[in-house]
Write a protein that binds this ligand. Structure first.
Ligand SMILES: Cc1cc2nc3c(=O)[nH]c(=O)nc-3n(C[C@H](O)[C@H](O)[C@H](O)COP(=O)(O)O)c2cc1C
Ligand SMILES: [Fe+2]
Ligand SMILES: [Fe+2]
Length: 398
């Protein structure tokens, strides 16, 4: 059964959602599922904008066929070659052999790499090139490294719609409501949108800033991303979030406490600090056990908040691995411009604070606050006094 949704009289949503996949890109947990968006334009000429993941092939092809209703497909526009959108290109072209593939030279090269040959009818486009479908004029704009080097976006200059590829996307399956203004986005989607953005394109803040600058010159009334809901209202809210995220600036003034603890003594000290912060009026403190919370959530939370407490046990002269993993991931995502406080633990030669400091010093504009609380096995009344001082300093710096 097809499951298509008209967006306008000649723009149809033909994507589909997957709630079975546990790990997106085989690494990011997606308990709320994911959507693979794809769109058909029914003008004098017909065009399909991107395909979908192989997991939703059956639904996708049924949707495309129902939308075209016997018409031929004239153009297949490929904005991004990652297989979550591009996996079905070869099989689509078997079904619609007369379609001309419109894409970048880099994407065409990747088609050859993935499928063994370039499409028979291929139209390469560069920055600013246009394609007329009849009523609609499409303008192509390059978006390298948002999220791969071959990425472009397609702007429908007629209806002022931006087909934004992976940008402005989010984890989360669609559940009957196609538009962001039909769901409780801030409460139910924003955390996943942040986690998606930070982990997937967060490393490329500069390139995202370039795209935002280009977008600012366009009159955009609707954003059709490759994942998650379509934006037709309050676009500035979501664009503003991407602006903050891609500048690496904190979204919230607040504290996130993350501990990596084997037997619980480091955890106890970290949670004592959290309580002392609460007693000083700090609101909405979030605490995470790095062994239990996926690193993609931890990284996302470190991007959201301004102040981070990192507490780690020493482990074979190194950091307890969940903390080591988190710091490596933060570094990989160019995490910067934050205030950090450190707690360490070790029963014979505590090393954790020194090792965390070494990692943090390689990042840009990280301020390490106060004295490190160094625990030997279990915290003492002396540590309670130190944690009180640290809580004062964190509260003051907020
Ligand atoms: C496998 C393992 C390796 C450890 N390696 C070190 C070490 O190299 N140096 C050290 O001072 N303590 C080391 N420790 C001790 C812990 O850091 C210490 O017991 C600490 O109090 C644990 O805190 P926790 O209760 O939060 O897990 C190790 C503990 C374990 C289980
Ligand atoms: Fe991608
Ligand atoms: Fe994607």
């Amino acid at each position: 059964m097809h499951n298509i949704q008209p967006i306008s009289s000649d723009l149809i949503y033909v994507g589909a959602s997957d709630r079975r996949l546990a790990l997106f890109e085989n690494i990011y947990p997606i308990p709320r599922g994911i959507s693979y968006n794809s769109y058909v334009m029914l003008d004098e000429k017909t065009a399909l904008l991107d395909t979908a993941d192989a997991s939703v092939a059956e639904q996708f092809f049924e949707n495309v066929a129902a939308t075209l209703a016997g018409r031929t497909l004239d153009y297949l526009i490929i904005n991004h070659m990652e297989p979550d959108h591009a996996a079905l290109i070869a099989s689509l072209l078997l079904r619609y052999p007369s379609a001309t593939v419109v894409t970048t030279a880099k994407a065409a090269q990747m088609m050859e790499q993935f499928f063994g040959n370039k499409p028979a009818q291929l139209q390469l486009v560069k920055e600013g090139d246009t394609l007329s479908l009849g009523r609609h004029t499409l303008v192509f704009t390059m978006a390298p490294m948002v999220h791969w080097p071959e990425v472009m976006m397609t702007y429908d200059a007629t209806d002022k719609t931006l087909f934004s590829a992976d940008a402005f996307g989010t984890f989360g399956a669609l559940s009957g409501n196609l538009y962001a203004d039909e769901v409780n986005f801030e409460q139910e989607w924003l955390d996943d949108a942040r986690r998606y953005f930070i982990n997937i394109v967060g490393k490329y803040g500069l390139q995202v800033q370039n795209v935002l600058k280009k977008a600012a010159t366009l009159d955009i009334r609707m954003i059709c991303p490759l994942h998650g809901p379509v934006w037709r209202d309050n676009l500035t809210f979501f664009i503003g979030k991407h602006d903050i995220w891609s500048r690496y600036e904190p979204e919230d003034k607040g504290v996130v406490v993350i501990y990596a603890s084997i037997y619980g003594h480091t955890e106890a000290a970290a949670m004592r600090l959290a309580t002392l912060l609460g007693q000083r009026g700090v609101k909405d403190i979030k605490a995470y056990d790095a062994s239990h919370t996926h690193v993609s959530t931890l990284v996302s939370e470190c991007f959201r908040a301004s102040h981070i407490v990192l507490a780690s046990a020493t482990y074979n002269n190194g950091l307890f691995t969940p903390m080591e993993n988190l710091l490596a991931d933060l570094k990989a995502h160019c995490w910067q411009q934050r205030t950090v406080a450190l707690i360490e633990n070790g029963s014979w030669a505590p090393q954790a604070a020194k090792l965390m400091r070494t990692e943090l010093e390689q990042m840009k504009d990280i301020t390490i606050l106060g004295e490190t609380t160094s625990i030997k096995s279990a915290a003492t009344p002396e540590h309670e006094a130190q944690l009180n001082i640290l809580a004062d300093e964190i509260a003051k710096s907020l």
